[in-house]
Design a protein. Structure first.
Length: 114
């Protein structure tokens, strides 16, 4: 497997599967800003609400400004609580499945999601 760690990201909007896979395959949080500006923002509907967790790379000033300057509202989830954030349970299941089946993120997407 190319990466030993993998974050879980949920993107609910009309975005191409390949763009989400591309970000997931990179395995690098520093890639988030470029992806958000170049791929996510152009595909969002007008005045969208972008909800992110409190990961450090989500709070970059330039990322926040890009989202807001594009006319979108930016909201952050409350402090970490898996009970209040059901997607965390699905992410944990996906990570466990990935480890058990020795799959890359791309393989997991192809076999279980798309």
């Amino acid at each position: 497997m190319p990466h030993t760690k993998s974050g879980c990201m949920a993107a609910i909007f009309t975005c191409s599967k390949s763009s989400v896979e591309g970000l997931a395959k990179s395995g690098r949080p520093c890639m988030f800003h470029g992806w958000a500006v170049q791929d996510l923002l152009p595909k969002l509907p007008s005045h969208a609400v972008v909800v992110m967790d409190n990961a450090t790379f989500h709070k970059r000033q330039d990322t926040q400004e890009a989202i807001q300057n594009a006319g979108h509202t930016l909201e952050y989830l409350s402090a970490y609580s898996p009970d209040l954030n059901p997607i965390e349970h699905k992410c944990a299941q996906a990570k466990a499945l990935r480890r058990q089946q020795n799959q890359t993120v791309e393989m997991l997407f192809k076999s279980h999601i798309f």
